[in-house]
Design a binder for this molecule. Structure first.
Ligand code: MN
Length: 240
């Protein structure tokens, strides 16, 4: 996986490491602290809410601006704040977000808010107001699902069948096989609780807060529409 780190120290983070906003967040890891005394407690990693590069009104026919704004500035911000508080509370530092989510024993607050933070980073990252850019991933999709249409149908079905709140995923497992799955709440396939584990390439939020203002109970319609604005180029770039 392509690693891009956006690390910076700020005066505000004198006791910790601030991880600057990044929608490509695969390697948000605290800086090495070799110069500090070995006995010093690990400084907690501090995650920040990423910007949405295309803005809240990028696809009003698919997701209305108010939903986008509340989803990002309230829900995603909330997960971010609560994750940072939970990491501080648990004294967890010097780990990537992926390492944290894959821990053997995941405190509930970190499971819920770390999942919420990671999942929404990915959600915004793989949407695009531009044109369908499916060609880069198409050979792999055809190999595993038969066609792009078949993959989209499988994703829509996984999202529609999720009872209550959760996510539909396209993932890649350790053998580089692509698969579609769904997780409840803010769980994701990086976690040990997942039925099938893998690296998420694409995540679709099926919590009601993601679509209810525009679609009310019509989750299926939201799923059909959001699959029209997937940045397949970005999804492809996440494959190992
Ligand atoms: Mn959400």
């Amino acid at each position: 996986m392509k690693k891009r780190t956006f690390l910076k120290r700020t005066a505000m983070a004198a006791t910790g490491v601030t991880v600057a906003p990044s929608l490509l967040f695969s390697s948000c890891k605290g800086e090495p602290k070799a110069a500090e005394p070995a006995a010093a407690a690990l400084a907690p990693v501090v995650f920040e809410l990423p910007e949405i590069p295309y803005g809240y009104n990028a696809f009003p026919e698919i997701i209305d601006a108010m939903t986008m704004e509340i989803h990002h500035s309230k829900h995603h911000q909330g997960y971010t704040n609560n994750l940072n508080a939970a990491l501080k509370e648990a004294g967890i530092g010097d780990k990537t977000l992926e390492e944290i989510l894959a821990m053997d024993t995941l405190p509930t607050a970190i499971r819920n808010n770390g999942g919420g933070y990671y999942n929404h980073n990915l959600y915004w990252d793989v949407l695009t107001p531009g044109e369908d850019t499916g060609s880069a991933i198409e050979p792999a999709v055809v190999e595993h699902f038969g066609s792009m249409e078949a993959l989209k149908n499988e994703l829509a079905e996984a999202g529609a069948r999720r009872f209550g709140s959760g996510w539909a995923w396209l993932c890649q497992d350790a053998d580089k096989k692509l698969f579609v799955c769904s997780t409840p709440n803010q769980d994701n396939p990086l976690m040990q609780v997942a039925e099938r584990r893998g690296t998420p390439l694409l995540g679709i939020d099926v919590w009601e807060h993601a679509y209810y203002l525009k679609y009310q109970n019509k989750r299926g319609e939201y799923l059909q529409n959001i699959l029209k604005i997937i940045n397949w180029q970005k999804v492809a770039s996440r494959m190992a």
